[in-house]
Design a protein around this ligand. Structure first.
Ligand code: A3D
Length: 311
């Protein structure tokens, strides 16, 4: 049986965990690449040893050579420095810009037709940079942020209400960071919006917990940042990107007038399939939600301008 080829750049916590899930779910043959010598090879070998225990079909190869990534269907970019305690995502801006620039240059050279799924923080800026500097159509450059933020919102709602997680549909849009826009009216338990079930104070507390869910993990771990839920969220998106279903997920995509937002990458619900990004699903937002989305976009635009990325 032949599998699609997915390259994961960065064999750290997020990249290696995503690689493991791609194999366990039998979604793709994986190439794991990192700048650190031995790291991707060692993790790939360890995962190949797992194969006969877990009985999965696809294979994984670890490398430091971009030639091995040639012909990938999807390239997931997790290379970068993780956020440390007390560090904001924006502190990572300068360091990770250089990394993403050099990684994109090399992966695009070997897989010019791939779909590129960016994960490196600060996410919304890194995806824009990857799109701009690669010259690739925005349809094939996308970021993972909204799936994770929505999952954290769902967790917070489950904790508060005690409802089974399978009955909860949660949505968080906007920047992946402090300017996130969790959407309570579009977050439901058994089909009922949480705004009709919970007090305003309770909803506000859930929004707060969602927005700072990543920081909550960082504070507990002390070194490094979250990786299980990020990796699962990557795999959720890869699954959709390998199918023809046109799944609608909150993904970080280039907005061109939707919600009155122009020339900013930010998470909104969008259909994705094996051709990349399809139609943005414009939610029926009220004035307050629209203002929150625009304010979130403005914070991203400010960071883009600080890097002189926009014309
Ligand atoms: P970590 O475990 O440090 O792994 C990063 C890996 O990148 C390391 O193995 C490095 O050696 C490698 N690397 C560094 N520079 C290069 C390079 N030039 N080429 C190839 N590999 C390189 O970090 P992590 O896995 O915890 O996090 C990785 C990135 O994902 C960070 O920027 C995080 O902030 C980000 N992240 C984003 C989300 C989102 O939801 C968007 C969630 C979790 C983590």
């Amino acid at each position: 049986m032949s599998y699609p080829k997915v390259t994961v750049v960065g064999a750290g916590q997020v990249g290696a965990t995503a690689a493991e899930l791609l194999l366990l779910h039998e979604l793709a043959d994986v190439v794991l690449i990192d700048i650190a010598e031995g790291l991707p090879q060692g993790k790939a070998l360890d995962l190949m040893h797992t194969r006969s225990v877990e009985r999965f079909g696809p294979t994984i190869a670890g490398t430091n050579d971009y030639a091995d990534t040639a012909g990938s269907d999807i390239v997931v970019v997790t290379a970068g420095l993780p956020r440390k305690p007390g560090m904001t995502r924006d502190d990572l801006l300068a360091a990770n810009s250089d990394i993403v620039r050099s990684v994109m240059f090399q992966v695009v050279e070997h897989s010019p037709e791939a779909i590129f799924l960016l994960v490196t923080n600060p996410l919304d800026v890194m995806v824009y940079l990857a799109h701009k500097e690669s010259g690739l159509p925005s349809k094939r450059v996308i970021g993972m942020g909204g799936v994770l933020d929505s999952a954290r919102f769902a967790f917070a709602v489950a904790e508060k209400t005690g409802a089974p997680i399978a009955e909860i549909e949660a949505l968080a849009c906007g920047a992946h960071g402090d300017a996130m826009v969790p959407m309570p009216r579009f977050t439901t338990v058994g089909g009922t919006p949480i705004t009709e079930m919970l007090s305003e104070e309770d909803v506000a507390a859930l929004v707060e917990r969602t927005t700072f869910g990543g920081a909550e993990v960082v504070a507990l771990l002390k070194t490094g940042s979250a990786f299980y839920a990020p990796a699962a969220s990557i795999v959720r998106m890869v699954r959709a990107l390998l199918s023809d279903e046109g799944d609608v997920v909150p993904a970080c995509v280039l907005l061109s007038g939707e919600y009155g937002i122009e020339d900013v990458y930010m998470s909104v619900p969008v259909a994705i399939d094996r051709t990349g990004v399809g139609a943005v699903v414009e939610l029926d937002v009220n004035a307050e939600e629209l203002a929150a989305l625009r304010a979130s976009a403005a914070t991203i635009a400010e960071a883009l301008d600080s890097l002189n990325l926009r014309d």
